[in-house]
Ligand binder design. Structure first.
Ligand code: ZN
Ligand code: ZN
Length: 142
């Protein structure tokens, strides 16, 4: 009787411990360290969500993550990525974006632009890098 009552408590303790471990790992992941592993040559597209600006440009991925880290509030569990300051309009409305791999399109768009679809689906021409690479992999396998 005693033993069977203890078991659920033990499981509860283990689950809590795992949760804490996961949280610590996440905090470490966004706290630095990992950023220095990013190559200086690595670039990412960013786009300004200010409707009066809509600037699109490439920036260093390392600088991007550094900017995000400076803006993250360590005491609050960040649910969404904070915006960076746009170099064109100076507003905090700059988010990471994808560039369409379709050479005749080349649109720069935010991930998850198309609801319930692949995050890198281009809202302009409908191409998705993920889908393309999947298709290539399938074609190569035949
Ligand atoms: Zn802007
Ligand atoms: Zn496109």
């Amino acid at each position: 009787m005693e033993d069977s009552r203890k078991k659920p408590i033990m499981i509860g303790v283990i689950v809590v411990c795992l949760g804490v471990a996961a949280a610590v790992t996440l905090m470490r992941g966004s706290g630095g360290g990992g950023i220095d592993a990013i190559s200086d040559d690595e670039m990412t597209w960013v786009k300004c969500s200010n409707p009066a600006c809509k600037a699109e440009y490439e920036m260093s991925l390392k600088q991007y993550f550094k900017g995000i880290n400076e803006r993250l509030n360590p005491t609050a569990m960040a649910r969404s990525t904070p915006p960076l300051t746009c170099k064109k309009c100076g507003k905090d409305s700059l988010f990471r974006a994808e560039k369409c791999a379709n050479p005749s399109c080349g649109a720069v768009f935010f991930r998850d632009s198309v609801p319930n679809d692949l995050p890198d689906r281009c809202p302009e021409c409908g191409q998705s890098k993920t889908e393309e690479s999947r298709r290539k992999r399938m074609a190569g396998g035949q």
